[in-house]
Ligand binder design. Structure first.
Ligand SMILES: [Zn+2]
Length: 115
């Protein structure tokens, strides 16, 4: 059987076209295979949500919820450390998104004065 040919388009949609998105339910990067969000995914997310850091947290919180659900279903021991999962999804933007921290803490403080 020599008549079979692979579609050229299948090759063109190669790694270059694959974004750093999570491969569920494993939650590994589709492109580089690292635990998602990988470094490239974090960069892309920071750029995409640079004007809406709170939206980034909301998106990641949803991802964290789904990831815990998926990984726990696959193997309960994988999600043994909730702190690690939390840091993986929500810890890094909290450390790098200064605007979010500042507005959060200042917002909490300005609301503290007695009524
Ligand atoms: Zn990646």
């Amino acid at each position: 059987m020599t008549g079979q040919q692979r579609r050229p388009s299948a090759h063109r949609i190669g790694p270059a076209a694959v974004a750093h998105l999570p491969l569920r339910p494993l939650w590994l990067c589709r492109r580089c295979g690292q635990p998602w969000p990988c470094g490239a995914a974090k960069l892309a997310l920071v750029v995409e949500y640079q004007d809406a850091p709170v939206s980034l947290f909301l998106y990641l919180a949803g991802c964290l919820h789904d990831a815990i659900d998926d990984l726990h279903r696959l193997n309960p021991s994988v999600t043994g450390s909730a702190a690690d999962m939390f840091d993986r999804f929500l810890g890094w933007p909290a450390r790098h998104t200064h605007a979010y921290r500042v507005t959060t803490f200042e917002g909490a403080r300005t609301e503290e004065p007695s009524p």
